[in-house]
Every structure is written in C-alpha cells, then in structure tokens.
Design a protein around this ligand. Structure first.
Ligand code: PMV
Length: 358
C-alpha cells in the first residue's frame, strides 16, 4: 500500500465519544534513524507489552464558526505544555488522512497505567491510543472501513506520532519497516508476526527503573544524529541481517540465539549514541552493573534470561514465564539495589490495543 491509500474518502459532521487503550512495546531489533515523514532507516521488531499502557478518551463535536482551537488535552487530569505541542503536531500530520480533524473539535484525556516519572517512554502507547481513537471517529464517518484496514491505518497514523507507536496496535510480536525477512512488511505500518514458537507467547518483561529522570537527549534528536553518524550504513545493514536471523529464532524457539541477538541489538543502539556527533550516553553506571549481574546469573544458572534497553538507562529483563519465581528472587537479592527507589514493573507480552466501551 502507499500513503495515498490512507487519504480520507468521506466528509461528514459527527459527534460522540471514542476511547481506546494501547500498550507500550519493547523492540528486539531497534529502530534508530529515520527519513521523510517518519519512515525508518531500518526494519524493527518488538514484543507488545500488556500492563504498561495508555488509556485515551476523546469527546468530539463539529467545530463552531470561527473556533480557532482544534483540541484540548489533559494528561492525568492536568494540562501539560510539552504534550500539547506533540499532539498539535500529530493532528496537523494526520489531517490529510482523517477527515474529522479538519472540521471537528476534540476534548482529549489520557492517562498511563505506569508512573509518568519512571523514565519509561510512553510515546508508543500514547500515540497509538490516540491514533485508534481517531480511527474510531473515521469509522463513524465511513462505516465501510474493514477491520484489517482499520488496524493498518491506525498503525500508519500512530507512526506519524512516534515511529515505534506503529508497533503497538497489535501483538504479540510486530515488525515495521521494509525487510527482506517478511514479504508483507512495510515502512508505513506495523504487521503482526504469524509464525511464532509458543514459548515466546509466555514471555515476561520485567522493567528495572534505573533512572527516573527524563531523557537528556530526545529520541527525535537521536534519530536525527544518525544522518551524520559514520557507522550508520553498517548499522542499518546489521539490523537488516539481524531481522533475518531473529525470524528463524522466533519460529524455532531458539532461546540461546534469542539472547545473543537481543543483547547485541540493545548494545548496538547505545553504540550509535556514543558514536554520534555530538556523542551522548544514556546509560547509567547502574545499567552496567545490572548487565554484569545478568551475565553472571546466566552463567551460574540455566535460566535463559536476557536484557534489552530502550533509549534510556532502564533495563528490560526478558524471560519465559516458567522462570518468573526464580527471576523475582534474583531481582530482590541482586538487582534491587541498582533500581531508582527500588522500583521495577512486572509486565508480560501482550496482544495489542483494546476498544473501551463507554
Ligand atoms: O518511536 P521513537 O521515535 O520514540 O523512537 C524509538 C526508538 C527506540 O525506542 C530506541 C527503539 C525502538 O525501535 O523502539
């Protein structure tokens, strides 16, 4: 499909409510570097999460004559300027794809199930829940929209808010970005993976909060710095190769291969930050202590646990559910001391967004 296929076809004035919840996701193969309108320089693939999610509700009505504002926005009941700007930019970007945006006013309210100050990126869940609400409104205008088109276009719109958000609409594993590994892959939207060994449906993600502060360098700035990173082309090639390797691993349930590729991807992402100009480090000393503890624990036990990282200091521990109790013990005995305010979140692989009946 092309971007043009997502341009709206009908215009109609409507009013009502729409509400969706959408989860965050954690990338196994990382997206880092973009071009044009939020298109990725390399393909990526992620586990959709379950507990870490954003719930968004939109009340919509036709705009009044001369009404200048397009929307109001409350996050956890309060107005937040930085979020307001992001939503304003998102609404502008989707205006050629969602007819309602051009003729309606939206009262938007969102909240997260995870603490806002935990340093967990919420753009994937926030933007995907918002995109789904807008798709719901579009469906009211054009009732012929099929379920498959609805999901595809929701992912397409979510991407325009935040690239990784395109992978949060469905679950349990979603790929995004043209890739030779998957014939139906697209840089415009995410696609749910079909061939998955059942072991991965049982995966847990325990997120260790190492640093509760906001990131020093935003993802947008980080993506932009890839344009001049001398290792960028090699990184994009590496991600493409890793997609193919991981495809087989996910099909066969090869946990040893999974650990190797997932940890390599996490460290490659941060290597790109360290080799950008200006260079930057988002890791915290405690991130490295935890990584060493994970290496040590894996050597001494038969637990197939691995770590991955987002664009930040927090650690995601990935492991099959059958090791849950053992890993909880490992965390409380060895890792809690490295966590900010001893915080961690137990999440697991999830099955995507849900409509909330009002
Ligand atoms: O979606 P963005 O623009 O916030 O970029 C996210 C990039 C990473 O989280 C670091 C990697 C990924 O693929 O999710």
């Amino acid at each position: 499909m092309f971007s043009e296929d997502f341009i709206f076809k009908r215009v109609k004035l409507v009013s009502g409510f729409s509400s969706w919840e959408s989860p965050s996701n954690i990338a196994l193969i990382k997206y880092w570097g973009k071009f044009d309108e939020q298109l990725p320089k390399n393909p990526s693939i992620s586990f959709t999460l379950s507990n870490c999610k954003t719930i968004t509700k939109i009340k919509y009505r036709p705009k009044k004559e001369n009404e200048e504002q397009d929307f109001s926005f409350l996050f956890n009941g309060t107005e937040m300027k930085s979020f307001h700007e992001k939503i304003s930019q998102f609404i502008k970007r989707i205006s050629q794809y969602i007819s309602a945006v051009n003729y309606h006013f939206f009262d938007i309210e969102s909240h997260n199930t995870f603490p806002h100050s935990s340093g967990i990126a919420s753009s994937a869940s926030a933007m995907s829940s918002l995109a789904l609400c807008f798709m719901e409104i579009e469906k009211k205008i054009d009732s012929k929209i099929s379920k498959a088109y609805f999901l595809k276009k929701a992912s397409f719109l979510a991407r325009l808010g935040s690239g990784s958000a395109s992978r949060s609409i469905e679950g349990p594993i979603v790929y995004w970005g043209d890739s030779q590994a998957y014939k139906n892959s697209s840089s415009l939207y995410g696609v749910a993976l079909k061939e998955i060994s059942p072991i991965f449906n049982t995966y847990r993600d325990t997120i260790l909060i190492i640093d509760g502060n906001e990131k020093k360098v935003s993802s947008s700035k980080g993506h932009q710095l890839m344009n001049s990173n001398p290792y960028a082309e090699n990184r994009f090639n590496q991600a493409n190769k890793n997609m193919k390797i991981l495809q087989e691993i996910l099909k066969k349930g090869d946990l040893k291969g999974f650990i190797e590729i997932v940890e390599l991807e996490a460290l490659s992402l941060h290597a790109m930050m360290m080799t950008s100009s200006p260079s930057f480090i988002l890791l915290h000393p405690n991130t490295l202590f935890v990584i060493n503890e994970v290496y040590e624990y894996r050597k001494n036990t038969s637990v197939p646990i691995c770590f991955t990282l987002d664009a930040g200091a927090n650690i995601h521990l990935l492991y099959p559910n059958q090791y849950f109790k053992k890993v909880q013990l490992f965390i409380s005995e060895r890792l809690l001391k490295y966590c900010h305010l001893k915080q961690f979140i137990n999440d697991s692989i999830g099955f995507g967004s849900k409509k909330i009946q009002l």
